[in-house]
Ligand binder design. Structure first.
Ligand code: NDP
Length: 448
């Protein structure tokens, strides 16, 4: 059995009931096959792939808190410190009822390669809880965040592990988490990113993942002699990534015609009104039906199983920005039948493996999340730099750096794909480019 297949079987055997983790490992190992096979003996002797697929440390803890009725609630807390070969662990915290260890491990594993691709000195980690902030009062969210940090604080630090936001963790949650860390440790340091601007946050961090997604999509189009102007775009999600992807797409002259949340989706043929979307989602924290109620051109559709939702709409570019496995094979077929040109992932692993394969076989330009959504973590690393030098950079400076990072990532993944005979396969390019730097650092640091 080849080394890649052997390690993948071991991962499945040793990590039962973690399908998302298996899926992420399979995608990466499959595309690394060409590199691994060229160095198989050495990698096998050093158990490089076993070390790469096993987190350095997993922390699991109880998070008790009291709700507004005086009832004690208990949630599970997680932090997976996956790989610190090239820098302190870095990766978001996700608060969503679907969170379990397998999901956090898949996200942490992907984060290792993504962070490497940014070219910045950050290792990979991820964390979160099955706590659902939806429908909770601010006081309940604060009580939960304080309890979560009362355990997490001993495992993180500005030079050790620097968490950020993800699904369900935005500015409000980061503020509560930071406050509790500072109170317990009595240290004012950049231990979290995505902080408010009055206490060490970076300008452009809120916009970074969505803007970065559009910068790399534009680089991809330009490399194929196309422009963003007048392109019709289908976006899924209505959270941080989706909103700022929509905003930047509109600034670039494209028209975004869809968005979605966990209960339904919007088709707005006149183009999404991003200010209205922000008001509904960021300020009122309401459902998307409220967007449709204020916008005559918009159609609201309840989410129904087996339907393609936003992927049934005719578009040139599809940007999945909600959650994992939200674009399956049937959705991919619908997109191809409707003439889509490019699919770039804003979310982490939103496209299933068979859907990815189908898109690639049909010559659709496809960039995977670990490259195309890396703008968020890259700007988090820029926030860390600003915190270390105790200075703040202007919006324009951060945004310019972000755009350059995304263009560099595009170049790197394109070059890596070409170098290994897989021209145009940006998934392979991203995995190889991310892997090589981490592997070299791991080899240099000995068996640790
Ligand atoms: P948010 O919580 O801000 O938004 C998530 C959006 O996706 C919401 O509209 C939410 O709907 C929808 N959603 C979440 N879970 C589901 C589900 N199971 N089914 C259907 N819809 C769902 O998260 P972000 O925008 O920050 O994150 C979106 C994706 O991007 C995630 O995969 C995340 O890991 C990834 N990402 C985020 C980065 C960041 O900087 N924020 C960086 C890199 C990747 P509802 O409003 O109903 O909850």
């Amino acid at each position: 059995m080849s080394y890649v297949d052997e390690v993948y079987s071991k991962v499945v055997e040793k990590n039962p009931s973690q399908p998302e983790f298996h899926q992420a490992v399979k995608e990466v190992l499959e595309s690394l096959r060409v590199v691994i096979e060229a160095n198989e003996e050495e990698y096998r002797r050093e158990a490089l792939l076993e070390r790469l697929t096993t987190p350095e440390r997993i922390i699991m803890f109880r998070v008790p808190w009291v709700d507004d009725k005086g009832q004690v609630q208990v949630n599970n807390g997680f932090r997976v410190q996956f790989n610190s070969a090239i820098g302190p662990y870095k990766g978001g915290l996700r608060f969503h009822p679907s969170v379990n260890l397998g999901i956090i491990k898949f996200l942490g594993f992907e984060q290792v390669f993504k962070n490497s691709l940014t070219g910045l000195p950050i290792g990979g980690g991820k964390g979160g809880s099955d706590f659902d902030p939806k429908g909770k009062s601010d006081r309940e969210v604060m009580a939960f965040c304080q309890s979560f940090m009362t355990e997490l604080y001993r495992h993180i630090g500005a030079d050790t592990d620097v968490p950020a936001g993800d699904i369900g963790v935005g500015g409000r949650e980061i503020g509560f988490l930071f406050g509790q860390y500072k109170r317990i440790r009595d240290v004012y340091e950049g231990v979290l990113t995505g902080k408010g601007l009055t206490f060490g946050g970076s300008l452009a961090r809120t916009e970074a993942t969505g803007y970065g997604l559009l910068y790399i999509t534009r680089a991809l189009l330009r490399a194929h002699d196309m422009e963003m102007k007048d392109k019709v775009i289908a976006v899924s999600g209505a959270g941080n990534v989706a909103i700022y992807a929509t905003e930047k797409a509109i600034q670039m002259g494209a028209k975004v015609v869809t968005c979605s949340d966990s209960t339904g989706w919007i088709y707005d043929p006149e183009g999404i009104d991003v200010e209205l979307l922000k008001e509904v989602k960021e300020i009122k924290r309401a459902r998307l039906s409220e967007y449709a109620a204020s916008r005559p051109s918009a159609e609201y559709h309840e989410k129904k199983d087996g339907e393609h939702g936003v992927w049934s709409v005719k578009c040139d570019i599809a940007l999945p920005c909600a959650t994992q496995n939200e674009l399956d094979l049937d959705d991919a077929k619908a997109l191809v039948a409707n003439g889509v040109t490019a699919v770039c992932e804003g979310a982490n692993m939103p496209t299933t493996l068979d859907a990815t394969k189908y898109l690639q076989e049909n010559n659709i330009l496809f960039i995977c999340g670990k490259a195309s959504n890396a703008g968020g973590v890259a700007t988090s690393a820029l926030e860390m730099s600003q915190n270390s030098e105790r200075l703040s950079w202007s919006f324009e400076e951060v945004d310019r750096k972000l755009e350059n990072i995304m263009i560099d990532i595009y170049q790197n993944i394109e070059d890596a794909a070409k170098r290994y005979g897989k021209e145009g396969d940006y998934v392979t390019g991203a995995n190889i480019a991310g892997f090589l730097k981490v592997a070299e650092a791991m080899k240099a640091q000995g068996i640790v």
